[in-house]
Design a protein around this ligand. Structure first.
Ligand code: AGP
Length: 609
């Protein structure tokens, strides 16, 4: 998610915009910039890296004005660089824009602008097309030009625009990306998030979808998509800056758990064409490449590794190629069997995990083709891969990974379906059925989130436990490992995951009166086996919390409590089953008074061995 700040007032736009951008730094970004209308032109300053790099190039020169727009970029299209940073200008910088979101049809717009107007693009971004579109439509009325430009665009966007010929005006518009207008005294603001404005205003207008807002220093006008003026109530911000950064959530982790429906939607939907085929932009593997792979490795660490455990079963089922999942720190030292017929899939939220990067380099040395599933555009893992598959989860701030995990799973399904449909190892019925199941996931995750209170109550009941087990079979086994890690890393409880069928080979010796066990039983074809496993440990006095699909009530006879997830195909159940475990871990840690977003001894990205 990018950060947007705009200001119109009497003076010192630069100071207020830079200050607002700094309040958005918590969200993660890779570059920053500012655009100010000065002496009939728009002066754009932008730089890759931190805002302090931008401040250095601005310096104390008399680079200032009474209006302007600023931006912190979280790259989606185009690696982090000075030229890809926002704001973007049209050809003669008489228009400048900042953008948060993704313009899905930017390629066709770009081709038309080049062909019909001879425009030369400076950046690799989708956003730059907006500046040129407004530029070609601009005849002296910025609002009119913005409306015409927006009519050409498809996708998600919050856009702020300024024109050199109207230096004391900002026009902003939003569709599926946040935007607020701040009401000042003799000045007004726009921002992607309330925290950017809290130093200056406490009263805002929350701009709604498909609305446009026109700002001058004394007035804010809001229009609906038909051009009618909208009367909007003022929203009084009572949050402090810290709460505002989490948009009212107690912790980033809880905010990010709740962002999963959007992350799943963003990661999935933009890759499914209208005709149902999958477009893996950024993937250059050919049909021959895919048919040539006789082995696939999925290599990662921690939560990303757990996504690989699910990915293995999914990709093997669909692409009919042996898939081996390995922990990166093990893979790199065991001289693995890798050659030019190997596909090496690295999964990494940060794209900077040294063990994963080192394993990737080992595989490349041995001739493998490298595909990475990464959340940070332009990160080291991404840069060293032949193909990159981005999880569009947005910045993940909490150390405990949640939305990155579920979007990594989505990438596993899409890779399996893409390879399977390319090789003909997935029949039409399975392919179509899977796509329908995947598209239904955002709403089903939302339904589980509505059950948060019940899961929180369960967490309160068990938060004093010092040992918890997670068991499952098949896909549920991989999810058990993730559920156990979530609990372990933020509540410091000694939690332990094991394949349910393995219990009788030793671990069941630990089962005694009141031992707490989470039993995942979402796989229909393994359900009866799981019920028997639960009976076995129940007979030894354990306390069982089961996770099952709605309607599978048999397990209620043996489990003490059951968390139901919406019905779904076995294959996609991991995306749903993990959510109650995330919520449970979060509330246990909260009741235990732990530092949830920054657990002890942990870092968000482990860039050391
Ligand atoms: C996940 O909750 C943990 N914070 C940790 O295991 C993490 O998944 C692991 O360090 C890998 O990080 P990456 O995805 O950025 O490579």
């Amino acid at each position: 998610m990018c950060g947007i700040v705009g200001f119109v007032g009497r003076d010192h736009a630069k100071e207020k915009i830079i200050d607002g951008l700094k309040r958005l730094e918590y969200r993660g970004y890779d570059s920053a910039g500012i655009a100010l209308p000065i002496n009939g032109k728009i002066e754009i300053r932008k730089h890759v890296g931190e805002i302090k790099n931008l401040e250095k190039i601005i310096g104390d020169a008399d680079y200032d004005s009474s209006a302007g727009i600023g931006h912190t970029r979280w790259a989606t299209h185009g690696v982090p660089s000075d030229v890809n940073a926002h704001p973007h200008g049209n050809s003669d910088n008489t228009i400048a824009i900042v953008h948060n979101g993704i313009i899905e049809n930017y390629q066709e717009i770009k081709e038309r602008l080049v062909k019909e107007y001879g425009i030369t693009f400076k950046s690799d971004t989708d956003s730059e097309v907006i500046a040129h579109l407004i530029g070609v439509f601009y005849k002296g009325d910025l609002l009119e030009a913005v409306n015409k430009a927006v009519a050409e665009m498809r996708g998600a966007y919050a856009v702020g625009a300024i024109a050199a010929a109207e230096p004391d005006k900002i026009v902003a518009v939003r569709k599926d990306a946040p935007l607020v207008a701040g009401i000042g005294k003799g000045c007004n603001f726009i921002a992607s998030d309330i925290p950017a404005l809290l130093k200056y205003v406490r009263e805002v207008y929350l701009i709604e979808n498909n609305e446009t807002v026109v700002l001058t220093k004394d007035d804010i006008k809001i229009y609906d998509e038909k051009g009618n003026t909208v009367k909007r109530d003022v929203f009084h911000v009572t949050w402090d800056a810290d709460a505002a950064e989490k948009e009212g959530y107690e912790h980033f982790m809880l905010k990010e758990i709740h962002e999963q429906p959007k992350g799943i939607y963003e990661t999935l939907t933009r890759r499914i064409n209208d005709d149902g085929t999958i477009n893996l932009d950024g993937i250059s593997m050919t049909k021959e490449d895919i048919e040539g792979f006789n082995k696939i490795y999925i290599v990662a660490c921690g939560t990303a590794y757990h996504a690989g455990l699910v990915g293995k079963l999914i990709i093997e089922k669909m692409a009919r190629v042996p898939v081996e999942v390995d922990i990166a720190s093990e893979f790199r030292y065991r001289d693995p069997f890798v050659d030019e017929n190997t596909l090496f899939i690295a999964i990494s939220q940060s794209g900077e995990t040294l063990d994963t990067l080192a394993a990737l380099r080992e595989a490349r040395k041995k001739g493998a083709r490298i595909l990475s599933v990464v959340n940070v555009v332009g990160s080291s893992v991404a840069r060293e891969s032949d193909d990159v598959f981005y999880t569009w989860a947005g910045p993940e701030i909490a150390v405990a990974s949640t939305k990155a995990y579920t979007t990594q799973l989505i990438c596993m399904y899409l890779i399996g379906l893409y390879m399977g449909s390319t090789k003909g190892t997935v029949d039409k019925e399975l392919y179509t059925g899977m796509l329908e199941e995947l598209k239904a996931l955002p709403d089903k995750v939302e339904r589980i989130l509505q059950n948060e209170e019940d899961i929180a109550a369960l967490a309160k009941q068990y938060h004093r436990r010092e040992q918890v087990f997670f068991i499952g079979r098949g896909l549920d086994s991989g999810v058990s490992y993730e559920g156990s890690l979530k609990l372990k890393e933020i509540s410091y409880i000694n939690s332990f995951a094991i394949a349910a069928g393995e219990l009788k080979h030793g671990t069941i010796a630990l089962m005694e009166e009141e031992t707490l066990v989470f039993a995942l039983a979402t796989q229909d074809f393994l359900y009866e086996k799981m019920v028997s496993n639960v009976e076995e440990i129940k007979a030894r006095g354990a306390r069982i919390v089961a996770v099952a699909k709605e309607g599978r009530t048999e397990i209620e006879k043996v489990a003490d409590q059951v968390i139901y997830i919406p019905d779904c195909a076995d294959e996609v159940a991991p995306v749903l089953a993990v959510v109650p475990l995330q919520i449970f871990a979060y509330y246990v840690a909260r009741y235990r008074g732990c530092n949830i977003d920054k657990p002890k001894n942990l870092a968000k990205s482990v860039t050391v061995e």
